[in-house]
Design a protein around this ligand. Structure first.
Ligand code: 5AD
Ligand code: SF4
Length: 479
């Protein structure tokens, strides 16, 4: 089969950040009606890896596929379209994708009418795309994070032309409005407010794969929030690689604090947001979070390292002292604040002293939860060029030590819930015990309790009876 390359990725282009206005597009497709005929009575399978941005992209792709008449399936072998929506942030995320391709490729071998597509951040990396193309001739459609709005036409070409299609354009990206969405959940929703990232932390591939920071118009965001409120959604989470940067690329005069405040006034019961870079977290944002009861007092504030020197090498734009000052302002102004973070251990040549600074920072901040990672070199990023003298064994040991330090406080924090009653948004039957329901407190603690499935999607009162490091056990109050 011939390969048709519409666009191929290029990291030099992906790095380009000349100041240009954000481009807004509304969705359209040339082959919608023809593709609808091809989709009738057929099913699709999609598997998403990685962050909330990818999960939200999946919802858009599902919306597009379902608008064509495709029905969702969780069984790849009965599906006419198979999509793996990939994550490139660390090597282990990529490895999982290779494993799954290995399992699925035989389906396409047996049935050439299947469209086997790989999209998301992995294909945005030129060398990885080349490798996938060589190693897996069964994949017949590759598209990137900037091409989701072209999905109908790409599918149509893949189905009607006898070619393998590659459409991965490295560019700053646009804001596309008006695409259909099939949400994963009827009471909790993600709302994109800004795409891309301009921070270029030296270890991170995301600014290359997701393009420049570009904000949605304030009115489009508020329209989406209004719709969600009308549909009785109980929780929304504003999404962006760095939500704090909202509005900086637009001339609308609105910043992220305005987004939070306007949404809070609309009365959605729970408002969350992720992720915030410590560098541009404004006092105005802190004040708005403190002011409104329906803005959850949870801030995800990735620190990455407790050493100012490592932070400098990571290109994080703040020192340990800056970070701790910000945490103090947050804790002073927001009673009951729950702080979570991301930490990378084993950045190239991280010394034992520098690692100890991460431990002392963790002990000082007392996070309520944390995501911890061992540094993973990403080809094309500045950090990947550094010669690294630290062995993997050392990194693993540090990782375990860090988790132990984090858990001391997480456990202590969990214990203070015992005996008190909290509002819990019920998510469904517990994954660990089918006799229990599970849900999250306002502070984002996972709670398991006995209750009827009719409570799913509702906010209920639960009295906590038992605490574990990563979850709580409770009893429904009045129920
Ligand atoms: N190696 C390890 N962790 C990484 N992250 C991003 N890039 C890398 C990398 N190359 C982590 C950071 C970020 C989170 C989403 O993933 O901690 O905040
Ligand atoms: Fe990556 Fe840094 Fe941007 Fe986060 S802020 S997506 S870590 S470059």
């Amino acid at each position: 089969m011939k390969t048709k390359i519409i666009h191929a990725p290029d990291l030099a282009k992906a790095r380009n950040r000349t100041k240009e206005e954000t481009i807004f597009l509304s969705s359209s497709s040339k082959h919608f009606e023809e593709m609808k005929k091809l989709a009738t009575g057929k099913k699709y399978f999609i598997h998403t890896y990685g962050c909330q941005a990818n999960i939200r992209d999946e919802e858009t792709m599902r919306g597009v596929l379902e608008s064509l008449g495709y029905e969702r399936s969780f069984v790849p072998s009965e599906s006419d379209v198979i999509i793996l929506n990939t994550c490139a942030v660390r090597e282990n995320a990529e490895d999982k994708v290779y494993g799954e391709i290995g399992n699925l490729k035989k389906l396409r071998k047996q049935n050439k009418s299947i469209t086997f597509a790989i999209c998301g951040c992995v294909v945005e990396q030129p060398e990885i795309l080349d490798l996938l193309m060589t190693k897996f001739p069964e994949i017949n459609l590759f598209f990137g994070t900037h091409e989701i709005h072209l999905l109908v036409d790409l599918l149509y070409q893949a189905k009607t032309e006898d070619v393998r299609l590659v459409c991965v354009e490295s560019k700053k990206g646009e804001v596309v409005e008006g695409l259909p969405t099939s949400r994963n959940n009827s009471y909790k929703a993600f709302v994109n407010i800004i795409y891309g990232c301009d921070k270029f932390c030296t270890y991170c591939i995301v600014p290359y794969t997701r393009g420049k920071e570009r904000s949605r118009k304030f009115s489009d965001i508020m329209e989406e929030v209004r719709e969600l409120k009308k549909a009785n959604y109980q929780e929304i989470t504003f999404l962006g690689q760095n939500v704090n940067a909202y509005g900086k690329d637009l001339d609308e005069g609105h910043d992220f604090a305005d987004v939070l405040e306007e949404a809070a006034k609309m009365g959605i019961p729970r408002i969350r947001f992720t992720t915030s870079h410590p560098w541009d977290f404004s006092s105005k944002m802190i004040d708005v979070i403190a002011k409104y009861d329906n803005i959850m007092k949870c801030i995800h504030l990735p620190v990455q390292s407790g050493s100012s020197e490592v932070l400098r090498l990571m290109g994080r734009r703040y020192s340990r002292e800056d970070y701790l000052r910000l945490v103090k302002e947050m804790r002073d102004k927001i009673p009951g604040l729950s702080l979570s973070t991301d930490i990378i251990v084993g950045f190239p040549n991280e010394t034992e002293e520098q690692f100890d600074e991460t431990l002392t920072l963790v002990d000082e901040v007392k996070y309520e939860s944390a995501f911890t990672f061992i540094y993973s070199p990403r080809k094309g990023t500045p950090a990947a060029k550094l010669v690294d003298n630290i062995t993997y064994e050392t990194k693993s040991r540090r990782f375990k030590e860090l988790v132990k330090h984090l858990e001391v406080h997480i456990e202590k924090d969990a214990a203070k819930y015992i005996g008190n009653t909290y509002k819990v948004l019920v998510d469904g039957v517990s994954k660990t015990d089918s006799n229990m329901l599970s849900g999250y407190t306002e502070s984002n603690k996972l709670v398991h309790f006995k209750g009827d499935e009719s409570l799913v999607g509702k906010i209920v009162d639960v009295k906590i009876t038992e605490s574990h490091t990563y979850s709580l056990i409770g009893e429904l109050v009045n129920g």
